[in-house]
Ligand binder design. Structure first.
Ligand code: GUN
Ligand code: ZN
Length: 454
């Protein structure tokens, strides 16, 4: 076994931060992590491991850096990199003016293929090792994305977008095409290596009833698929959806009526849900993708995270690029903090990191594979280094403990903070780091999660 050993400060989650703050977060100030054949083989206090016979001289020693699990992006659109930062519109006009025209370009297979490679690289550069992804309504764009993710060895869930009305003709499929193209992609890609398939109706407003029925049929035919869509993002969208589905009792019910509602359903946004809709999400065990960057950029509204928490609805953090303005989940965490501040619910750093790692893995039913650094899990991990960027480095000099340090990463840090990304144990990104910095010493307190949550 050719084991890679990294001795560093290490932080990850053993459990749900919101449920058990005392034991959830583990911070090892002088830790050693080992990985081989794509999996984590060792996670231990370095001195204890040495006493048990480990030869630490073979480990790379990075005491000033911080190892954490790879970030998971629970909702992102691969074809929308060219839409990011498009001015002046709210959701429905933004879709028509910028997004649909950009997705139309993916009719060209070369554009689609190049974008898929670029997108996967961009995720890895930001420390995102796993994602749940929308492609376009062109089946080949899903094919290209899976190919690129497979080459990178990434754990990724994606699906061809289903849309057969209320968008430009060139983007529309039909219920029949939705069925056949999705089934072919599922047969080829679902469960292949680290890849999985999500049935992906764009949102209720761009699918006919016949197409939503097809989506429900796919989920019945293949019960271990995921389902991803958008829900309750924008007030105008909600009113429009109600006018298209007068028979539905509310927005969520447009999906429920077709069986698009279950434990493997992930709904993006969920900003304006009624209490009844929240409760039905909880009862189904469905998850919410919290997209703060997107919600602020499009002026969609402020998620009521506290209300979802009160009902134990799993929430995962997401960029929602291209409405979101960055693929970097550290930036999403900072935006999530601001959204929660405006709801008088100060989001602590442990909570934000949890929603991007173990919490996201749980929400996406991937916990047995990824989400933390327990031995046996797939070796998706990051080396964070706050010394590479002068302003962050200066802020870190004033941090008194790991709680303050994590909070600095999520509010001031960004993709430059990610020095390395490992995917299944393979180095997928490495930038030259500024290493030992005498100005910034590793925090000395062995922070308990209670301290972090405080
Ligand atoms: N609702 C339907 N499609 C989209 C999309 O592409 N982005 C966002 N933010 N919301 C949507
Ligand atoms: Zn989206």
């Amino acid at each position: 076994m050719n084991q890679t050993l990294l001795r560093s400060r290490i932080i990850h989650f053993r459990d749900d931060v919101t449920g058990s703050p005392d034991t959830a977060l583990e911070y090892i100030e002088d830790g050693v992590i080992g990985f081989a054949d794509g999996r984590i083989t060792l996670l231990e206090d370095a001195r204890r491991a040495e006493r048990q016979g480990l030869d630490l001289s073979t480990a790379e020693h990075r005491p000033e850096a911080l190892v954490t699990s790879g970030f998971i992006d629970a909702h992102v659109h691969a074809p929308q990199l060219g839409v990011m930062g498009s001015y002046g519109e709210k959701l429905l006009d933004w879709l028509h003016k910028y997004t649909f025209p950009t997705e139309l370009q993916f009719a060209d297979e070369q554009i689609s293929q190049q974008n898929a490679e670029f997108f996967i690289d961009a995720l890895l550069n930001c420390g995102t090792t796993s994602a749940m992804v929308f492609t376009t309504s062109f089946a080949h764009s899903t094919e290209h994305l899976f190919q690129a993710a497979e080459r990178a060895g990434m754990r990724l869930i994606a699906g061809k977008v289903l849309m057969d009305r209320n968008a430009p003709d060139g983007l529309l499929d039909t219920p029949e095409r939705a069925l056949h193209e999705s089934a072919a992609l599922i047969e080829k890609w679902h469960g292949r290596g680290r890849l999985g398939y999500a049935v992906t109706p764009r949102f209720a407003g761009t699918s006919s009833r016949a197409q939503l029925s097809v989506a429900g049929q796919l989920l019945r035919d293949y019960p271990d698929l995921w389902m991803q869509t958008h829900l309750s993002e924008n007030l105008e969208e909600i009113a429009w959806t109600a006018s298209l589905f007068p028979e539905a009792s509310d927005y969520l019910n447009t999906y429920e009526r077709f069986g698009l509602h279950g434990a493997r359903s992930i709904y993006a946004h969920c900003i304006h849900l009624s209490g009844s809709e929240q409760q039905r999400l909880a009862d189904a065990g469905a998850s919410v993708a919290f997209c703060p960057s997107s919600n602020l950029f499009l002026g969609s509204g402020l998620l009521k995270l506290q209300k979802l928490r009160e009902r134990n609805i799993p929430v995962a953090l997401a960029t929602d690029v291209g409405a979101g303005t960055s693929l970097c989940q550290l930036r999403s965490m900072g935006e999530a903090y601001k959204v929660c501040q405006l709801r008088d619910y100060p989001l602590c750093a442990a909570d934000a990191f949890y929603m991007t790692t173990l919490g996201a893995a749980r929400a996406l039913h991937q916990e047995k594979h990824i989400g933390n650094l327990m031995p046996g899990k797939e070796a998706d991990l990051l080396l964070l280094n706050g010394n590479r960027e002068p302003l962050l480095r200066e802020r870190l000099r004033h941090c008194r403990n790991i709680r303050e340090e994590l909070f600095a990463y999520m509010t001031i840090g960004d993709e430059r903070t990610i020095e390395r990304t490992y995917v299944a144990g393979k180095l997928a990104r490495k930038v030259e780091g500024v290493h030992a910095d005498p100005g910034h010493r590793a925090p000395q307190d062995r922070a308990s999660a209670a301290a972090l949550a405080g």
